[in-house]
Design a protein around this ligand. Sequence first.
Ligand SMILES: [Zn+2]
Length: 368
Amino acid sequence: MPVGTVASVKGLPQDILEELGVRILLGNTYHLYLRPGVETVRNLGGLHGFMAWPRAILTDSGGFQVFSLNDLSKVTDEGVTFRSHLDGSSHFFSPESAMEAQIGLGADIIMAFDECTEYPADRDRTKASMELTLRWAERSKKYFEEHKGEVPWEYPVASTQYPDSDRTGNWQLGTGYSPTQSLFGIVQGGMDLALRKESAERTVEIGFPGYAIGGLSVGEPRERTREVVEATLEHIPADKPRYLMGVGTPEEIVEYASLGVDMMDCVLPTRAARHGLLFTSEGKVSIKQARYAQDAGPLDPNCGCRVCQRYSRAYLRHLYASNEVLAQVLNTLHNLSFYLDTMRRVRHSIQLGEESRFLSGVWSRPRP
Ligand SMILES: [Zn+2]
């Protein structure tokens, strides 16, 4: 899932996202709640209507940003008091108000309100945080069950308004839509494998149509991430969507998919693009480097995206060096295209049942 923090994947219009084959994107509840505000989005048809995006959307619970963007946030059993990073105004999120916000935003998949345990944290702290997330998961589900009819949707109107242009053909808008949203639970438990198991089992007991693994990519070593993911996945039903939040590099997403992760989101392809860092089949390219100033070749000779088909490395380097807006647009377009191609190849290889061959062969690791 590309990240569209404030109802926009920075640099790319929605028709390009459709052309790239994006089938679901992520919006951040915290940011949208502060600006433009949930009621505004609700009155404009929810996120789908507001941003003119006919395909699927997932919103996070707001918890992660509340904790990561606020040094002064105050957590009690009831919820979290935090200050807006925009104007310093004081706000309060509880499981109930986070659900209310996400129902108003109207994404297809919404997330239970959780506390993302900081890293490092000792066992007592991790356990207390996990218990809080479990209590909040129950309250999130209860509120959702009582209010799930309040979505701002007007399907299937959108299907005629925004015809599907996905050439993969396996996503038909206006068919198979649920009358409401899907609320996913989030497994916490820090880096403690026993607590991860307990958190997973008790979250599954509460019962959700999908499960996320939260609290990773918070500064821990990558080997630790993998270990925790692998240990946690064992305790989440394989017949439900399993969503790993906030990862990763192209190599990492292939690896996590091979472990059984179905969904991932990451700001890396879009954020790195804006800093001139591009992912290619031949490894990472820092397009700002002077070595590309005279390079007439395509950014990635193996990429079919419109940037690689049309422009030279020299031109992309020039745009970046000149601080042109187009540099951000083209860089983002290529990086997202590369990520989506990577996942397409993963899906294809899973369909062919040749995952092991894929992992050892077709995907070539970037050169050091
Ligand atoms: Zn490309």
